[in-house]
Unconditional design. Sequence first.
Lengths: 276, 270
Amino acid sequence: MNVISFRDVRVELGGRVVLDRVTLEIGQGEFVGMLGPNGSGKTTLMRAILGLVPPAQGAIQVLGRPATRGNPAVGYLPQLHGPAPGARLRGRDFVASAVDGHRLGLPWPGDRGRTEVDRVLDLVGGRELAARPLNTLSGGERQRLLLAQALLGQPQLLLLDEPLISLDPHRQQEVVALVRSLQQTLGITVLFSAHELNPLLGVMDRVLYLGSGQAALGSVDAVITGPVLSRLYGAPIEVIRVQGRIFVMSGAHEVERDDHRHGHDHAGSHRHAAHG
Amino acid sequence: MLAYDFMRHAFAAAAVVSLVAGTVGYFLVLRGQTFAGHALAHVGFTGATGAVLVGIAPLWGLVIVTLAAGIGMGFIGERLAERDVAIGLVLAFALGLGLLFLHYYTAFASQATALLFGNVLAVEPRTVWILAALGAVTLGMLAAISRPMLFASLQPQLAEAKGVSPRRYGVLFLVVVALTTAACAQIVGVLLVFALMVGPPAAAQRLTTTLATGVLLSALLALAESWGGLTLAFYSDWPGSFCIVLLSGAVYVLAALPWNRALTVRPVRP
């Protein structure tokens, strides 16, 4: 059974077609890296899998059922947007706020909830971090706690939206390695969106590249090629391989690099794997 | 001091209101919505003056108008970026309306002062009971929604994915805040509601990073500040509201001092 299946899916957002006639299948236990320029629909595709954006056409199946909100088998790490509320709260309470978060009642987890929080904190090695308030954690430490939160309830599918954003290359590698080892020990499927290809090379099983409403899913060698990417970008793209790294170039520009710079204003966070 | 009926009533009313304000205020500060509490209080003034104009008790005017304003704010301001604009618009309209009511209301200047700055020493036994009922409803509602509301506050996108509507709980929470504001205004007046709803929780969040301890500490600080303020007022003959605000400010400053933070928050490891 496929974990994610899109059949002829079109998704529109505010009248704009974000995904058009996308068909793809992702199987059990795969680590899929999702790439593509800004606005190519990476977040929208995840929101469609979560049942938050209904497709205008076609069908999306998650674990054999139509995508619906509140599916406990799907874990989600949303993209960070600025300072989070509750920054003075210790990490543990932040993580625990998602335990049975959909149920009415007091926000104190019971024995079962506390055990579950301990379990996910241990998975990411975050017990000590969780004793500290969020505003004293670095970006990488915070991502580890968010990852723990996404693992609550033992999901079979993990959707990670840009967990590497504003991390330096070293921390990026740590997060990628942690996700990979969790994915393998828990036997779960991971869809991991990122701005850059290189941190995920050698870790992802397949790559899902979005652009111009289209999607290309396959091995890195099959997808990261001039012809495929030129079609997705709607412009001539050249792919250059140097010492196990891959650079996607449009004319003299490295496209991922330019995307990153335009898309995010986190000062001092622009160092790249390619240059680190 | 407790030999006087009016002091006993004041202590009882202050206890009810500060426990509710400290608890609700903790979540208000956590959500970064203190401005909403402030705005609701101002809008409440319009309700109270309007109530007197049409001949009902100011408390009910407060409750009705803060409730309507809270729901309105919750629906207009769905996203964080929009909140300030939405609240500002409601506030401007309500204050304008309040000015109109005040225009017809000048004969009762002392009552206007009581609404603005509170008059806790004039609380009647009946009002204490009404406040207790109002407080029970408010805390009961908060208890019911607190888990999903907290989830939606801390992780709105994840909450949405899990089927928890951040907007629905935003509106419900503002209903709780509106009721709390109305109760608070009875003690410290609409202009000084911050003293009970923001001061104690802000201090508590400086002193502890644990959710449960923080909520409890916030409620206890609010209680200590209002009772301490009443005691100070009794012996100094200063206005009760001033004494409560004074203690609220002092406790926050003490809690926020740098040396204190070094003691309560573990240093960041490199």
